[in-house]
Write a protein that binds this ligand. Structure first.
Ligand code: B12
Length: 292
């Protein structure tokens, strides 16, 4: 049990009891025995983060189905709760797309957190739900249904939802290693890199994420100070192939001299010449990240 200052994202014992469908005394018992983790406020009250509930739900299958994150007081909310519980991606893909285009941050966040809380695999949330939604946003931009600014806003809404999911993702107690997740210098697409970051954190990696347009060849200071044992490069769109190739070579050399394994993924890989390093691995999808 950790101590913490007051924070609005903290959930009370009363609300946790309601969510799990048990009484407050049971919550107290579970926290005292360590079955359910919590934080203590300066005033000595037990408070909970979504992460604590997610960890509990993972350990106790029976309760995962009771995690209702939406007030089920209206028919649409009830239906959405059912779609989340069943991980009904066929229904959720168009709905998340609609909510992203409407910049409805709160519903996108509820759906992503909800899916994770009912034990949906992160790989599946990213691959089976968000990837199709983002691809559809790209198509709508291409066919003129969305303007450039609408496309930016919709993808940013998804990106924010993913970032908020980071608070909920359960991290193991052990440290698996240190990873550096980056893109190349000309890259604005950093959503897949963010997804990679979460998959690694869920495995116990401490992750440094440098986001868009990282001058990948010029990251020696990161290698020196952070000493990552793994580097994950995400490349989606390459405008200048020669520049990207030179940058990639420099990154490869840095990985070699600092004895870090280099993992590369994304559609940009097809444009790069990737060869000749024992500690280099091409990853095709997010399941590969899980097993890398
Ligand atoms: C969101 C988005 C943007 C956002 C990016 C916001 C952000 N912070 O990321 C903004 C608006 C900034 C943007 C800008 C541009 N974009 Co854009 N964008 C997209 C969009 C809609 C979604 C991208 C995304 O996140 N996809 C979700 C990921 C999860 O899916 P994915 O890319 O298929 O990734 C999979 C694999 O690549 C792989 N993967 C990726 N990285 C990694 C890493 C590892 C380690 C592993 C294992 C796997 C892996 O795993 C994923 C799952 O299998 C796509 C549409 C699409 N089809 O994807 C266009 C798209 C990528 N964009 C495109 C273009 C052309 C541009 C611009 C050039 C547009 C312009 N004229 O200004 C610019 C500039 C890009 C630049 N310099 O980087 C094209 C690229 C076409 C191409 N390859 O030639 C696309 C495909 C749209 C289209 N249909 O034409 N874009």
């Amino acid at each position: 049990m950790q101590k913490t200052a007051n924070n609005t994202s903290l959930i009370s014992s009363i609300d946790v009891a309601k969510i799990l469908g048990v009484n407050v005394a049971t919550i107290k018992r579970w926290t005292d025995s360590g079955k359910l983790d919590c934080v203590k406020t300066a005033g000595g009250h037990r408070k909970f983060l979504l992460r604590h509930l997610a960890a509990f739900a993972m350990e106790h299958e029976k309760y995962s189905q009771r995690l209702s994150l939406l007030p089920i007081d209206t028919q649409p909310n009830l239906e959405l709760s059912h779609q989340i519980l069943r991980a009904d991606y066929k229904e959720l893909i168009p709905y998340v797309l609609d909510r992203a285009v409407a910049c409805d941050q709160s519903t996108v966040k509820t759906i992503l957190n909800g899916l994770y809380m009912v034990n949906q695999d992160l790989v599946s949330i990213y691959d089976d739900l968000l990837r199709p939604v983002l691809h559809r946003i790209g198509e709508m931009w291409m066919d003129g249904t969305l303007s450039v600014s609408q496309e930016h806003l919709a993808s940013q809404t998804i990106r924010d939802g993913i970032i908020q999911l980071q608070d909920v993702v359960v991290k193991p107690d052990h440290l698996e290693g240190k990873a550096f997740v980056l893109t190349l210098g000309g890259e604005l697409h950093d959503i897949p890199a963010k997804m990679v970051q979460h998959l690694l954190e869920a495995r116990g990696f401490q992750v440094l994420f440098s986001g868009q347009k990282t001058p990948a060849g010029d990251t020696i200071s990161v290698f020196k100070s952070y000493k990552p044992n793994r580097v994950y490069l995400s490349t989606v769109y390459i405008e200048n192939v020669a520049e990207a190739q030179a940058e990639f070579k420099q990154l490869q050399r840095l990985c070699e001299s600092f004895e870090a394994s280099l993992f590369v993924g994304g559609s940009g890989v097809a444009q790069l010449k990737i060869e000749g390093q024992a500690n280099l691995k091409l990853l095709n999808n997010f399941s590969d990240v899980q097993n890398s």
